[in-house]
Design a protein around this ligand. Structure first.
Ligand SMILES: Cc1ncc(COP(=O)(O)O)c(C=O)c1O
Length: 348
């Protein structure tokens, strides 16, 4: 029987609520009328704060979720006869119900292999030069997920190597940054170093998993590619009429650095969790814990018993054999320690 029902879970960083900074900004935005469809001062302020964060004059759009951010940004990079190269575990491939192909009018997604959720640089050349005839969908975009689907983080050197190859083959780079904040916190770099200075044309900057209620920012460093993106958003159902409620929370997150603080915290919780479980009998941590995720093989009986104790976490996501344990901005050390204590008791 459970000793104490878990207060929070490790199933997903989407389980967490809204962080106080985002909530406060939303409350403030609710105090008055504001111009609709993004012409309001909150949206202007949030866009300018993003320009400050990236230290460049980028084009910024706010959309409701990661699927739309990824699909619409990829559509902006490609014609229908192009292809998008991404890792075989990428969200754009397996978790967006074909939205990138749909919004890009049939652009094909081609899958690349690579250990630990990272694209093997050699596989790009293989995919591009495999066929150059008119019958093959011409590779045009490289989609990188930072942090990756398995919680690892591309280093600066790895990004530069990928960007160099992308440049050689005239591939534009889109970054799925649903957990971009966690990657920045993990690497301890300036955001510009792993985006536009590393050749990224457009970033989908995740807000939801970082503590917003809802919403991602699509940030174009290559401003030419943002031409008419506002129409694409509108047509794709992504132009919020009360835009201030998408943008104000970003102001709350960015103005005093809450976004990085929350990311550092969730990363630290994942490290603590890894440390707590990695030496338990039968447990094997599957990947380097670089961000807020721990992927671990846990004996089936222990997984079942943990679920019975009320712990929510996913197993075999997308065909993986590991349990995925995600930490959030609101995960506490007590949550981690209680999980570790329960698992230790059940496994030994
Ligand atoms: C790597 C990655 N990209 C994008 C998303 C955003 O997806 P959604 O459309 O559910 O906001 C997620 C969410 O799980 C994700 O893990």
């Amino acid at each position: 029987m459970p000793k104490q029902k878990p207060a929070r879970h490790f199933a997903s960083d989407n389980y967490a609520g809204i962080c106080p900074e985002a909530f406060a900004a939303m409350t403030e935005a609710n105090n008055a009328h504001a111009i609709s469809y993004g012409e309001d001062t909150w949206t202007e302020k949030a866009s300018n704060l993003l320009r400050d964060v990236f230290e460049t004059d980028c084009e910024v759009f706010f959309v409701f979720n990661g699927t739309s951010a990824n699909s619409l940004s990829l559509a902006a990079l490609c014609q229908s006869y192009h292809s998008i190269l991404c890792h075989e575990l990428a969200h754009v491939e397996g978790s967006e119900c074909g939205a990138p192909e749909f919004f890009a009018n049939g652009t094909k997604v081609l899958l690349l292999p690579g250990a630990a959720g990272k694209i093997d640089p050699k596989s790009i050349e293989r995919a591009v030069s495999k066929r150059t005839d008119i019958h093959y969908p011409k590779p045009r975009a490289l989609s990188l997920t930072q942090a990756t689907e398995v919680g690892t983080v591309y280093t600066l050197d790895e990004l530069h190597e990928l960007a160099q190859i992308a440049r050689r083959f005239q591939l534009r780079i889109q970054m799925d940054g649903a957990r971009f904040a966690n990657a920045v916190a993990s690497l301890g770099v300036a955001p510009k170093e792993i985006t536009w200075q590393a050749g990224v044309d457009v970033l989908c900057f995740g807000g939801t998993k970082n503590g917003l209620a809802i919403g991602e920012a699509v940030v174009f460093f290559n401003r030419e590619l943002a031409r008419e993106f506002d129409y694409r958003c509108k047509q794709g159902g992504q132009l919020a009429s009360k835009m201030r409620f998408l943008s104000a929370p970003w102001v709350g997150m960015l103005q005093e650095g809450a976004w990085l603080r929350h990311a550092r915290h969730s990363n630290a919780m994942a490290k603590r969790l890894e440390k707590g479980i990695r030496n338990l009998p039968g447990v094997k941590v599957a990947y380097s814990v670089d961000s807020n995720a721990v992927f671990a093989r846990i004996p089936d009986a222990a997984v079942e018993a943990m679920h019975q104790r009320g712990w929510h976490f996913y197993t075999h996501i997308g065909g993986w054999e590991e349990s995925r344990l995600m930490c959030s901005w609101d995960t506490t050390t007590e949550d981690v320690d209680q999980f570790v204590a329960d698992l230790s008791e059940l496994i030994s």
